[in-house]
Write a protein that binds this ligand. Structure first.
Ligand code: PLP
Length: 452
C-alpha cells in the first residue's frame, strides 16, 4: 500500500539495479540525502560509514570542496559540449594530455565515454575497427575470465563472466571466458599456486590455438577482479599470460575501472602487479564519482594503428553526445590532482597494512575462509566449514544478512556471493577504520551465531 514515505515512493516509481527485491521490500529503501567525508545520511537522519565508497568511486568522500568548486567553476564557464566533428572543449584537451602523462604509456590517445561499460564497449569496437582495417575482419573474438566484471551494456555484459547474464540470453557469440585466477577457490588439491598459474596460462594458449589467433581481437582483464569478489591474481599470473598474448599478437587491455587511480595503492593496478597493457580502461575513480565518465587510454602501438585505420576510412565513426564533457573533464582534472597530489593515494599506501592487519584479526573467526585484497579493496569470504572451504547454504543468504546487519549498525558494506567487500574512500582515517572494524566484527559474530 502506498503511503507518503520516501521508501514507498522509491518502491513505486523506480526500478532497482542489482537489488535483492524481497529484502528491500521487507527492509525499505535507504533514501540518501547528503554526505560528509566518508559518511552518508538518509531521510531519517541516520548516519552510515560508507565502506563501499558509493560504488567504489567516491574515493574523495561525499563533500570534497575542491571537486565541488571545479564543477561549479566549469558550469559557470562553459556547461556542456561534445567532441565530434573536429571540435572539443579546452578541458577535454587538457585532460587527455594529463591522462597520457599519468598513464602507463610514454605516449597515447584518449577516447571518452559516460561510463565504464561504454568504455569497454568502445574498446571492443576500436579493436574490431582496427583489425578490420588491417585486413583481418575475422579477428573479433573477445577473451575475458570467469568472475570478471566489465559492465552491463550488451557487449560489456557479454565480457562479464557472471552467470546472471544468462537471463538476457548473454553472452553474445564470440565472447569466451577463461579460468578465474583465484587460487584459494579454484586450485586443485595438491596443486601449488605456481602450478595453478601455469595451468591457467596453458589454458589460455590452448584456447588461442584451438580458436585461431587470427579470430581473437583482444584479452581484457581487471588487475584485481572487483565486482567478482575482490580477487587479486594468483602469483605470477600476468607475467605468465602477457608473453603468450604478445606471441600471438593479441592486445592485452587492463580494465582499470576500479583499480585505476589509487585503489591498489599505485596509480594503476598494472603497476601493482607489474605488467604492461596495450590499453587501459578507466572510469569510477576518474572523476572520484563526481561526474559520470569513462575513458579508453590507448598505448602508443594501438593509438598509431587506430589513427592509421581512421585516416584510411576518413573517420572513426563512434562517439557519445557527452563524450569529453567539459564539466566532467574539469572534475577529472581536479580528481586526478586530489588523488595523486593531495595525499589520497598516499593515504591508501600508508594505511593499507593497517587495514589488512585489522581485517586479519576479524578473519580469525572460524566462519571466515579467506581474507584477500590489496590497498583499499578487501573481501572476507564466509564459509560453513573452513577446512573444506564449504560455503553456507545459499538459502541462508549469509553475506546479505551480514551486510544488512552492518547497515543497521551504520556501516555500508557489500555482499558479493558469500563474501563481504570493503572498499572505503581513500580519505578514511585510522579512527574511521576502527569504527569499520568494530561494526563489521559485531555483525559477523551476530550473524554466524544465528546460522551456525
Ligand atoms: C564498474 C565497472 C565497470 C562498469 O562501469 P559502469 O560505469 O558501471 O558502466 C567496468 N569494469 C569494471 C572493472 C568495473 O568495476
Amino acid at each position: 500500500m502506498r503511503d507518503n514515505s520516501w521508501e514507498s515512493k522509491a518502491d513505486e516509481f523506480s526500478l532497482y539495479g542489482f537489488t535483492d527485491l524481497p529484502s528491500v521490500h521487507e527492509r525499505g529503501t535507504v533514501v540518501v540525502t547528503h554526505g560528509k567525508g566518508p559518511y552518508i545520511y538518509d531521510t531519517h537522519g541516520r548516519q552510515y560509514l560508507d565502506a563501499n565508497s558509493g560504488l567504489w568511486n567516491m574515493v574523495a568522500g561525499f563533500d570534497h570542496p575542491g571537486l565541488i568548486k571545479a564543477a561549479q567553476d566549469q558550469y559557470a564557464r562553459f556547461p556542456g559540449y561534445h567532441a565530434f566533428f573536429g571540435r572539443m572543449s579546452d578541458q577535454t584537451v587538457m585532460l587527455s594530455e594529463k591522462l597520457v602523462e599519468v598513464s602507463p604509456f610514454a605516449s597515447g590517445k584518449v577516447f571518452y565515454t559516460n561510463s565504464g561499460s561504454e568504455a569497454n564497449d568502445t574498446m571492443v569496437k576500436i579493436l574490431w575497427f582496427l583489425h578490420g582495417a588491417e585486413g583481418k575482419p575475422q579477428k573479433r573474438k573477445i577473451l575475458t575470465r570467469i568472475n570478471s566484471y566489465h559492465g552491463v551494456t550488451a557487449v560489456s555484459a557479454s565480457m562479464t563472466g557472471k552467470p546472471y547474464n544468462s537471463v538476457f540470453g548473454l553472452p553474445l557469440p564470440g565472447f569466451l571466458h577463461l579460468g578465474c585466477p583465484h587460487y584459494w577457490r579454484f586450485g586443485r588439491p595438491g596443486e601449488t599456486e605456481e602450478q595453478f598459474t601455469a595451468r591457467l596460462a596453458a589454458e589460455l594458449e590452448a584456447t588461442i590455438i584451438k580458436e585461431g589467433a587470427d579470430t581473437i581481437a583482444g584479452f581484457f582483464a581487471e588487475p584485481v577482479m572487483g565486482a567478482g569478489g575482490v580477487i587479486p591474481p594468483s602469483k605470477g599470473y600476468f607475467q605468465a599470460v602477457a608473453p603468450i598474448l604478445k606471441k600471438y599478437g593479441i592486445p592485452l587491455i587492463a580494465d582499470e575501472v576500479i583499480c585505476g587511480f589509487g585503489r591498489t595503492g599505485a596509480t594503476w593496478g598494472c603497476e601493482t602487479y607489474d605488467f604492461q597493457p596495450d590499453a587501459v580502461i578507466s572510469s569510477k575513480n576518474l572523476t572520484a564519482g563526481y561526474f559520470p565518465m569513462g575513458a579508453v587510454i590507448l598505448g602508443p602501438d594501438l593509438a598509431n594503428r587506430v589513427q592509421a585505420a581512421s585516416e584510411a576510412v576518413e573517420e572513426f565513426p563512434h562517439g557519445f553526445t557527452a563524450s569529453g564533457h567539459p564539466v566532467g573533464c574539469a572534475i577529472a582534472l581536479k580528481a586526478i590532482d586530489v588523488i595523486l597530489n593531495e595525499g589520497l593515494a598516499e593515504n591508501v599506501n600508508r594505511l593499507s597494512g593497517r587495514m589488512e592487519a585489522g581485517l586479519a584479526q576479524i578473519a580469525q573467526n572460524p566462519n571466515i575462509g579467506e581474507l584477500r585484497g590489496v590497498g583499499y579493496m578487501w573481501a572476507l569470504e564466509a564459509v560453513a566449514d573452513r577446512a573444506t572451504k564449504t560455503p553456507f547454504d545459499g538459502k541462508l543468504s549469509v553475506s546479505e544478512r551480514i551486510a544488512n546487519t552492518c547497515t543497521d549498525m551504520g556501516l555500508i558494506c557489500r555482499p558479493l556471493g558469500q563474501s563481504i567487500v570493503l572498499c572505503p574512500p581513500f580519505i578514511l582515517t585510522e579512527a574511521q577504520m576502527d569504527e569499520m572494524f568494530d561494526k563489521l566484527d559485531k555483525a559477523l559474530k551476530k550473524v554466524f551465531a544465528e546460522v551456525a
